[in-house]
Design a protein around this ligand. Structure first.
Ligand SMILES: C[S@@+](CC[C@H](N)C(=O)[O-])C[C@H]1O[C@@H](n2cnc3c(N)ncnc32)[C@H](O)[C@@H]1O
Length: 231
C-alpha cells in the first residue's frame, strides 16, 4: 500500500512511522509519505488559509493551496487523482470510521489523506478532489493529523506482516469471529490479586468451554452490558 498524508505538520508523523506495526509494513515495501501544503503554496510567505466568505471566526484552508500540493505530488489535475486512489478528507462530519471502513481501506492499493486545520477545508476541496470524507468520531480535534494517524493505524495493522502474531487480529473486537461484538475480557497472572480472582473457566484448560465463555461474554458486551463475569 502506498499512503500519502497531506499536512501542515509533517514532523508529527515521524513518531508514527517508528511504531512497530507501521515500521513492519514499511520494511515490507509499503510506503508512508507526508506532503507539506506549505512547500508548494502559490501564496506569499507560506500562507495556506484565508478568511471565510460570509464572515465568521477562523480561517479556511484554500483550494488553490491544496490543488498545488496535489498537482506537485501526482503530476496531474487533482480532479482525476481520486479515480485511481482513495482521496480522503478528514473532517468531523464525515463517514464514521469503523471496522468495516478500515477493512475497506486496507484493501486499497493507495490512499491519500488530507488533514485540515483551522476552520477546515474550503468545501470545494472535498467536492472536487476527494472520494471520501472520514471522521474518527463526533468531536472536534484541532487538526486532521491525529485523525490521519488513527485511520492509518487501524488500516496498516490489517496488512499482512504488520503484527507479530497475525492470529491476534483474527479474533478481536468487531471481528467476524466474534460476530461483530466487542472482544471478551482477558486476564493474566497472578490468578489471584487482592482477592480478585480470574474466572475459573479460564484456568480449566477446557478449550471448548473457554471458547463458549468468551463468545458469550463478547455477545453480552455487544448487547450493551459489560455485566458481571459469567461463572
Ligand atoms: C478545528 S477542525 C475544524 C472543525 C470544523 N470547523 C467543524 O466544525 O466541523 C480542523 C480540522 O481538524 C480535523 N478534524 C477535527 N476533528 C476531526 C474528526 N473528529 N475526525 C476527522 N478529522 C477531524 C479536520 O481535518 C478539520 O478540518
Amino acid at each position: 500500500m502506498d499512503v500519502d498524508v497531506f499536512t501542515l505538520f509533517p514532523h508529527w508523523f515521524d513518531w508514527f512511522r517508528t511504531q512497530r506495526h507501521v515500521a513492519n509494513v514499511l520494511a515490507l515495501g509499503h510506503t508512508f509519505k507526508t506532503v507539506d501544503y506549505r512547500a508548494t503554496t502559490p501564496l506569499k510567505a507560506g500562507k495556506v488559509d484565508d478568511v471565510p466568505f460570509g464572515g465568521g471566526a477562523g480561517m479556511v484552508l484554500r483550494i488553490d493551496v491544496v490543488e498545488a500540493a496535489l498537482r506537485a505530488r501526482y503530476g496531474e489535475d487533482p480532479v482525476s487523482v481520486r479515480d485511481r486512489r482513495r482521496v480522503i478528507a478528514l473532517t468531523p462530519g464525515g463517514r464514521l470510521l469503523d471496522e468495516t471502513l478500515a477493512a475497506e481501506l486496507a484493501d486499497e492499493p493507495a490512499l491519500t489523506l488530507l488533514c485540515g486545520r483551522y476552520e477546515g477545508f474550503d468545501e470545494r476541496i472535498v467536492e472536487h478532489f476527494c472520494s471520501d470524507a472520514v471522521s474518527i468520531g463526533r468531536y472536534v480535534l484541532a487538526g486532521g493529523e491525529l485523525a490521519a494517524m488513527v485511520v492509518c493505524d487501524t488500516v496498516l495493522r490489517k496488512l499482512h506482516g504488520a503484527l507479530g502474531d497475525e492470529e491476534s487480529a483474527v479474533e478481536e473486537s468487531f471481528s467476524a469471529a466474534l460476530e461483530g461484538a466487542p472482544e471478551y475480557p482477558h486476564y493474566t497472572r497472578p490468578a489471584e490479586w487482592r482477592g480478585w480472582s480470574v474466572p475459573e473457566v479460564l484456568l480449566s484448560g477446557h478449550h471448548e468451554r473457554i471458547r463458549q465463555w468468551r463468545l458469550e461474554r463478547a455477545r453480552q458486551r455487544g448487547a450493551g452490558g459489560g455485566g458481571p463475569p459469567l461463572p
